[in-house]
Design a protein around this ligand. Structure first.
Ligand code: ZN
Length: 59
């Protein structure tokens, strides 16, 4: 578990769906203590289909 990352990125108390997705995507890149919930994954996929021009890629 990436404690340093978690300390810097606490989950907001009442996150919007957008915030949760953002958090989980960021989390998945930095830590693997828990997977992205399947319901959220589905949401992410449908969002990606509708808006194809997301250039948020960390190289
Ligand atoms: Zn984690």
């Amino acid at each position: 578990m990436n404690l340093e990352w978690h300390n810097k990125h606490p989950m907001p108390p009442r996150p919007t769906l957008e915030k949760r997705i953002e958090w989980h995507l960021d989390h998945a890149k930095n830590c693997a203590c828990r997977p992205i919930p399947p319901t959220l994954k589905t949401k992410i996929q449908s969002l990606r289909k509708s808006s194809g021009n997301q250039t948020k890629r960390a190289t």
